[in-house]
Design a protein around this ligand. Structure first.
Ligand code: ZN
Length: 240
């Protein structure tokens, strides 16, 4: 059984399709989403449709939550507010019901998925260092957990200590735990514009983070054509 685990799609259909195409070539049989299907990009509904049709396990991201709230967006910065107002206007009742139904944490076979952190999953705090990772590890009851939210791929390993490792793949070892950020499919922020996702091959116990070229020009054109802030198109090229 080989899993493709992806998240932070953010309505970027071109990136999402490229990830799914690559995952199929890699022999993935199962698909898992760590949240933030919508927000920022021009195709939130199309991305939602694909996730629903696949029937894959999904956890809720902060944008998935924000998109179905009826609260005012006054607290957000103007860029985020404009994008979220636009996204809210695209969704129909079925889309909203689906997003509302998502849980914050799920177990899939022998691993866990969460969007932000396991210690405070609904507070949408960010795991940006080993101390944040340590806090999450104390609530991780499976050897392996995948997360997203920072839009930066990262592998934290807990043995005697907790450390990030400078690698894009890891073979799971007995007695250690792994908290792995898949990176963002649709809006990477680690300076690399390519779509990011992870594969987990259960028989060999190997996790690999992949970076995939996609039709970024089309994704950017759609953002501009939709009347979304141009900065959202521009940042895709920067990987920021
Ligand atoms: Zn996100």
């Amino acid at each position: 059984m080989k899993y493709a685990i992806f998240g932070d799609i953010h309505g970027n259909l071109e990136a999402f399709q490229a990830v799914l195409g690559h995952a199929a070539q890699q022999g993935c049989t199962d698909y898992v989403c760590v949240g933030d299907i919508v927000g920022y990009g021009a195709n939130p509904r199309e991305c939602l449709d694909i996730v629903r049709q696949m029937g894959c396990p999904v956890v809720k991201g902060n944008h998935d939550e924000e998109a179905v709230l009826e609260t005012s967006l006054e607290g957000l910065n103007p860029l985020a507010r404009q994008a979220m107002e636009w996204t809210r206007a695209q969704l129909d009742a079925d889309d909203r019901a689906f997003l509302k139904s998502l849980k914050l944490v799920r177990q899939v076979r022998d691993f866990t998925i969460v969007h932000a952190t396991l210690d405070t999953p609904g507070s949408w705090t960010y795991v940006t260092n080993k101390f944040d990772a340590m806090a999450s590890f104390s609530y991780q009851f499976t050897q392996l957990c995948f997360y997203g939210h920072t839009h930066t791929p990262r592998i934290y390993v807990k043995g005697d200590t907790v450390e990030p490792i400078e690698a894009t793949s890891v073979k799971l070892e007995m007695g250690r735990k792994y908290f792995i950020n898949t990176g963002s499919a649709g809006q990477p922020r680690d300076g690399d514009w390519r779509a990011s996702y992870a594969t987990y091959d259960a028989p060999s116990q190997e996790v690999v983070i992949h970076r995939i070229d996609y039709d970024i020009q089309t994704a950017q054109d759609k953002i501009i054509d939709a009347g979304l802030p141009e900065m959202l198109a521009h940042r895709l090229s920067l990987g920021k």
